[in-house]
Write a protein that binds this ligand. Structure first.
Ligand SMILES: [Zn+2]
Length: 291
């Protein structure tokens, strides 16, 4: 991916050196790239059953939480990976500002928070183990950059464009938030069965994949960011974080009703649809006949 020298965003908040402390707050809901991903990874790293970790994630209290006080500070200039995500974020800002303007609306930039371990969010305590996620309540994307090591080494998805896809997917959730789509899905919570809610969650996630593709489409047109093998690396990442692939990799049975993010094939298809079409309308996973 060609990105060196492109604009970096001012909306990056570096909390990686913040002191710990404070008490965790639970509540709200955040949307990640896949909780199962993380439970699985945690399982590998810690050598315990992923389901135990899932239980701990939803019920347990973290020991150490970063607090954030005072003004946000930017990552150091010599931090290559931080500069990379900052440049990708800036590119999503340029694309989505344009797309919203053309649709007669105004795009509000999200913030990107870099943290280590755990940090406070308006959706409760964010933990590295959850993987990158977006919190609608504070309009911030949270990422522990260590996730990229996991993506490359544990999940077998290397490549900078695969890393960019992760950011673009989370920004896709921000776009859904601005468009009121996530709120509609959230309202269905508790009113529909668990299985039906999971299906809605899959549609929301596949739409975020498609919106990541829409970003890539416009970024490519405007700035020719793509290099040989880039699209393949993102498609590979989409496949590696499909629910079926993760369930299979964790040694468990593949249970479609438990899917919350979509299969590998679906994630690839929707990212590719967004990339090809470059329009939000093409990302209507909610009225699509087939996912
Ligand atoms: Zn997601």
């Amino acid at each position: 991916m060609r990105w060196e020298g492109n604009r970096e965003s001012d909306n990056v908040e570096d909390r990686r050196d913040d002191e710990g402390g404070g008490s965790p707050v639970f509540g709200g809901r955040s949307i990640g790239i896949g909780t199962i991903v993380i439970a699985l990874i945690g399982g590998w790293v810690l050598g315990i059953n992923p389901l135990t970790i899932l239980g701990a994630l939803s019920g347990g209290a973290p020991a150490h939480v970063q607090t954030h006080q005072g003004p946000a500070h930017k990552p150091p200039a010599d931090d290559h990976l931080a500069r990379f995500v900052s440049t990708v974020l800036a590119d999503t800002e340029d694309v989505w500002r344009d797309v919203f303007r053309q649709g007669g609306a105004r795009y509000v930039d999200p913030k990107l928070v870099l943290f280590r371990g755990a940090t406070h969010t308006a959706c409760g305590t964010g933990q590295s183990a959850m993987g990158p996620f977006y919190c609608p309540a504070d309009q911030k994307v949270y990422i522990d950059l260590g996730f990229y090591e996991t993506l490359k080494n544990q999940l077998g998805a290397p490549g900078d464009f695969a890393q960019a896809y992760v950011i673009a997917h989370e920004v896709g959730h921000h776009v859904q938030n601005l468009l009121g789509i996530s709120a509609q899905v959230d309202r269905a919570r508790g009113r529909v069965s668990k299985v039906e809610y999971n299906h809605l969650s899959v549609k929301l996630e596949l739409q975020a994949d498609c919106l990541a593709g829409v970003w890539a489409h416009h970024a490519q047109n405007a700035r020719q960011i793509l290099e040989q093998g880039d699209v393949e690396s993102a498609m590979n990442a989409a496949a590696k974080i499909g629910d079926d692939a993760l369930q299979r990799a964790s040694g468990g049975a593949v249970v479609p009703d438990s899917f919350t993010h979509g299969t590998s094939a679906q994630r690839q298809r929707w990212f590719s649809t967004g990339l090809r079409m470059g329009s939000v309308k093409a990302c209507d996973t909610f009225s699509a006949q087939t996912l």
